[in-house]
Design a protein around this ligand. Structure first.
Ligand code: DQA
Length: 155
């Protein structure tokens, strides 16, 4: 089965109790269980990882190709707006990746409207709540079966 890596940044371990007006009431465990199930339906092996530490996130991204992952879905959370290291790691491994934000970052504070990881992303999902991860998973499935629009190719 083709492998997809889900990477969750800082404070996303608090989903379900954290600022529910932005992030909803589902826990991270519930979100990941749904993604694994949807992955099974799509024939994808979905593996999740969460860390509050920038270097640990860089390490897991760097290790992804050797572990057989073919795409990454990442919500870098607060590191979206600050981390050149995570951006560089994503570009270095040359795997397609999708950027997910549970909230609509364009409708919030000015500092959230800048993402350092968007430029290299195959797609960005923001403001769909936890369902955004499912949308990104479907995008990743398209990438893997060659039906996703990349770089202006026909689709
Ligand atoms: C977030 C948005 C970020 O600005 C914030 O720091 C997060 C979560 C989102 O999923 O909407 O922690 O990435």
């Amino acid at each position: 089965m083709r492998k997809i890596l889900i990477v969750q940044g800082p404070n996303l371990n608090l989903l379900g109790s954290r600022e529910r007006q932005f992030y909803g009431s589902a826990t991270l465990g519930e979100v990941h269980a749904q993604l694994r199930e949807r992955g099974r339906q799509e024939g994808l092996d979905v593996v999740d990882f969460q860390s509050n530490h920038e270097g640990d996130i860089v390490d897991v991204i760097q290790g992804a190709p050797a572990k057989g992952f073919e795409a990454i879905i990442i919500n870098p959370a607060a590191y979206t707006h600050t981390s050149v290291a995570i951006r560089d790691a994503l570009i270095a491994v040359e795997l397609p990746y999708f950027e997910v934000h549970i909230s609509n970052i364009q409708s919030r504070e000015d500092f959230r409207q800048i993402s350092l990881v968007s430029e290299g992303a195959s797609g960005i999902v923001s403001g769909f709540g936890p369902f955004g991860y499912t949308l990104a998973l479907l995008g990743a499935a398209q990438i893997l079966d060659g039906t996703h629009p990349k770089g202006g190719e026909d689709f």
